[in-house]
Design a protein around this ligand. Structure first.
Ligand code: KIV
Ligand code: ZN
Length: 522
């Protein structure tokens, strides 16, 4: 019988540590729901000591998600561990994940601790955690660059102090696959009590080897892989969940182990993570890129028409990409629309169906064919626009090559109708300036990205903006057939996130916010 490899998803923790990828509680919960549907074994929901917001998100996920273990990260400090426990303890199956660095460079320069002092901290932190929770993961940060003999000692001690999972991270993505495989094999063969714990790996992608290293580790005895959707994560990211899972599935002839992942939920989870973080997926990205199943050249197309297996090693359906013959247009009714949503994998509650259907009708009036991508954008927009203090009611633009660019907007701000007109260097600049005047603050525009969702010149434009306000970044996304309207809505979406963030921070006044980047100086 083939062994099970546990999938530990850290999109909401390591993934969120990607610069600019911070998510709010509602966004994290919606990703956690899809991770549950994907059947990941463990969700690392956050770093509860990092901020009150992180704590609340981890707690909300622990309360709601019942089919996955919920982990919270903690440094080797009682305060961190207690906070992580308080955040996860209401989960059906909570886990505390505590870590300390074990490489010479981290111990000497970052921790300023000797090997013996690190050993003391391991004993103290793991036994403290184990007194709170039976499910303890311990990680040797920068394990890939640690001395192997010191690693044996640390791991043996972590297990005898109560760790049930031993995670070996290649924190800086430095090792090569055969080298990392050797580390796992050596740990398995030389740590006397290793049979009492599951070996896990956590590989970063600095050399583009995170997935290869994780798979090699599995071949050598690892039975848990830590990974993220779309490979999100610190610097070059973590091992991509979809790549690890599909490699093990497609090449099950070679692996003596398998995962329990419901691969048909991969595509929509990837899309949701991209939509929430504003990080587009590169078109040629393995498994989830827009071109991953596209056949452009004549020779390939001819082969695929004769037998798809000539050029496809897995089916688009296996990751949840469903082609349907149901074409929607302005005459389609609510029933057909609901069917389409189901086919696309959306289970939209009664509260939202009417709102999304209304938006669909408006779009279908303007656009002959409504593609699957258009409908996905409508659902995402509806989800995105749930908490909105600021709403766009009307927008008109006067613009031309030789004239001034003037925007006139009607907005609903805090329940009051506001009208404003103003000019700018271009139509988008004019719109953004007007909105900033209404809310009374002017965040810095760090990124503006526009994409046609589908082919044809009547396609919807999807706009993503990143705004910086008080040293924090906020992403806004929206789509519309009119790209200036899409720009306005995406800006408003980010502004609403700023307003919500400020409201929440005011409610939590007195609670210190520690930014994640500060937490790296552990
Ligand atoms: O990369 C790393 O070492 C980590 C640890 C906290 C597991 O993210
Ligand atoms: Zn990491």
């Amino acid at each position: 019988m083939s062994d099970r490899v546990l999938i530990f998803d850290t999109t909401l923790r390591d993934g969120e540590q990607s610069p600019g990828a911070s998510m709010n509680q509602e966004e994290k919960l919606s990703i956690a729901r899809l991770l549950q549907e994907l059947k990941v074994d463990i969700i690392e929901a956050g770093f509860p000591i990092a901020s009150k917001g992180d704590f609340n998100s981890v707690q909300a996920i622990a309360r709601e998600i019942k089919d996955c273990q919920i982990a919270g990260l903690a440094r080797a400090k009682h305060e961190d561990i207690e906070t992580a426990w308080n955040a996860v303890k209401e989960a059906k199956n909570p886990r505390i994940h505590t870590f300390i660095a074990t490489s010479p460079i981290h111990m000497q320069y970052k921790l300023k601790l000797t090997e013996d002092q690190v050993l003391e901290k391991i004993k103290d932190s793991v036994s403290f955690a184990r007194n709170l929770c039976p499910n303890i993961e311990w990680s040797c940060e920068d394990g890939g660059r640690s001395s192997i003999d010191f690693l044996y000692k640390c791991i043996e001690l972590a297990i005898s102090s109560g760790a049930t999972t031993i995670n070996i991270p290649d924190t800086v993505g430095y090792t090569l696959p055969y080298e990392f495989g050797e580390i796992i094999k050596n740990v398995k063969n030389n740590v006397s009590n290793i049979d009492k714990a599951i070996i896990s790996v956590h590989c970063h992608n600095d050399l583009g080897l995170a997935v290869a290293n994780s798979l090699h580790a599995v071949e050598n005895g690892a039975r848990q892989i830590e990974c993220t959707i779309n490979g999100l994560g610190e610097r070059a990211g973590n091992a991509a969940l979809e790549e690890v899972v599909m490699a093990m599935k497609v090449r099950s002839d070679l692996f003596k182990s398998h995962t329990n992942i419901n691969s048909e939920s991969i595509s929509k989870t990837s899309k949701l993570v991209s939509s929430i973080t504003g990080f587009p997926v590169q078109p040629n990205k393995a498994i989830v890129g827009a071109n991953a199943f596209a056949h452009e050249s004549g020779i390939h197309q001819d082969g695929v028409l004769k037998n798809v297996e000539t050029y496809e090693i897995m089916s688009p359906e296996s990751i949840g990409l469903k082609k349907s013959s149901l074409v929607l247009g302005k005459h389609s009714g609510k029933h057909a629309f609901k069917e389409k949503l189901k086919i696309l994998g959306y289970d939209v509650g009664d509260n939202y169906i009417n709102e999304i259907f209304e938006k669909f009708k408006t779009l279908a009036d303007k656009k002959k064919d409504v593609y699957d991508e258009d409908i996905i954008a409508l659902v995402d927009d509806t989800h995105i626009n749930q908490i909105n203090t600021l709403k766009l009611l009307n927008l008109s633009i006067m613009s031309g090559t030789n004239s001034k660019h003037v925007a006139s907007l009607e907005l609903d701000y805090q329940g009051e109708i506001k009208e404003i007109s103003g000019s700018g260097n271009g139509p988008v600049d004019a719109v953004f300036s007007c909105i900033a005047k209404i809310v009374g603050f002017s965040p810095k525009l760090k990124l503006y990205n526009i994409n046609a969702i589908t082919p044809d010149s009547d396609a919807q434009g999807e706009v993503a903006v990143k705004l910086e306000h008080l040293n924090k970044e906020f992403i806004g996304k929206a789509s519309d057939i009119d790209i200036i309207v899409a720009s306005a809505k995406s800006y408003i979406n980010a502004i609403n996130k700023i307003i919500n963030f400020e409201k929440n921070s005011n409610m939590q006044e007195g609670v210190s916010e520690i930014s994640l980047s500060n937490m790296k100086g552990i």
